[in-house]
Design a protein around this ligand. Sequence first.
Ligand SMILES: *Cc1c(COP(=O)(O)O)cnc(C)c1O
Length: 409
Amino acid sequence: MRARTRFATAAVHGAWDPKGLGAGMVPPIDLSTTYRLPIGPDGPALMDGWVAGEELDGSPIYARLHNPTVAAFERGLARLEGADGAVAFASGMAAMTAVLLAARVAGQGNHVVAVRPLYGGTDHLLSSGLLGLRITWATPEAVAEAIEADTVLVIAETPGNPTLDLVDIEALVRDAGDVPVLIDSTFATPVLQNPIAHGATLVLHSATKFIGGHSDALGGVVAGPDAWVRRLRQVRIATGAVLHPQAGYLLHRGLATLPTRVLTQQRSAMTLAERLRAHPDVLEVRYPGLAANAGHAGIVARQMRGPGTMIAFRVRGGSAAAQGLLGGLRVITPAVSLGSVETLIQVPADFTHRAMDADDRAAAGIPDDLLRLSVGLEDVEDLWADLAAGLEAAREVGVDRAERVLAGV
Ligand SMILES: *Cc1c(COP(=O)(O)O)cnc(C)c1O
C-alpha cells in the first residue's frame, strides 16, 4: 500500500511504482497484441476472468482484453478522481458510447435524461438515435420531472462546453434519485473538481484535452465504482474501442504535470477574463470566476477548487467581427480542441457544435457568434496583446460593415 498523499504528489507518483533496484521510472509502452498463454485449465479460467471485466495478474492474453501501459494510466486517473477504478477508451466519444451501452445493460431500459449544453459530439450522439436511446432533454431544474421508470442514466457536463454553464452536482444527484449520474468533467479536470465526491456515480474525461495536454494523444476515460468499471471493461472488450498503448503512455505522463498546467493556465484565464470584460468591444464574457456570472459563484465554491481555464465571449459586430478577431491573431491559434499547452480559439457554432440542429444550439444557449477560448501556458501578457490586436481587427470589420451599410453597398 502507498502512503496517503496530497493531490500533486499522487499526480506525480500515483500511477507507477518502480519497484526494486534498476526498475524504470516510467511504465514501458507494451505494444504486444498477443501474449504467451498459460497451458492447461488456468488458460480458460483466465479468459473467463478478463471477459467478465476483472483485472487480473496473469497473461493479458490479447491486447483488446487488457494492456498494462493503459492500466497504469487508468490507476493514476482513478486515484486522482477518488474512484474505485477507471476504464480508458480510444477517444472521449468512445468512452461516452461505452457508458451509454453499459447503462442499458445495468438499468434494463433505454431512456436517458440529458442536460444541455453538452459537447457537440455528445449532443449529436444522443440526438442521432444511433444507439437506440430515448432522450429527454432537461434543464437542471427539470431533471426530477424527466425521470421515468426505464431511465438508465442522467448526463450533465459541468462546466458545460462551450457556454461554461455550471450544474450543481449534489442537487442533480438528489433529483436523479436512484438513477446513476454521469458528469463529463473534461473542462474541470480532476484538479478542480471530483464529481464522485459530490455523489455522481461516474465521471468522464475527454483525455485528449487537459489530461494529455499537448495536442498529441486522443483518448477518453470513465472513472467510477467497481461494478461499473467491470461493466465498462466488458463493453470495451465487446466493442473494441481500446486506447492505444502509445496514447496510454502519453496520457499517463500527462497526469504528472496536470495540476501545474491547470493552475498556471487558470491564473492566466482569470486575468484574460477580467480584461475582456473591461474591453468596450466585448459584449459578454462567460467565465465561472467572474462576479458578473452571478449564479455561478455559489456552485464554484461548493464543488470546484477554481473557475478553470476556459472562457467564452462575444464581441460587438456579431459573426463577422468574430471572424475578424480570428484573422487578427498571431499567437493564439484558431483550432478546435482545448486544454493544451498552446492557447486555442474557435467558434463552436461553426465547428465543435456544428453537428447540432440550429434550433438545438439555440435551446442550449449557444449563439452563432460565441467564441470559445482555451487558455494555454504562454506568457499572459503576450496572450492579452494578441487578443487586443484581434479585438482591433474585429472592430475594423465591424466599422467596415457599418460604413458599407451607410453607403448602401
Ligand atoms: C472533446 C470533448 C469530448 C469528446 O472527446 P474526444 O476525445 O474528442 O472524442 C467530450 N466531452 C467534452 C466536454 C469535450 O470537450
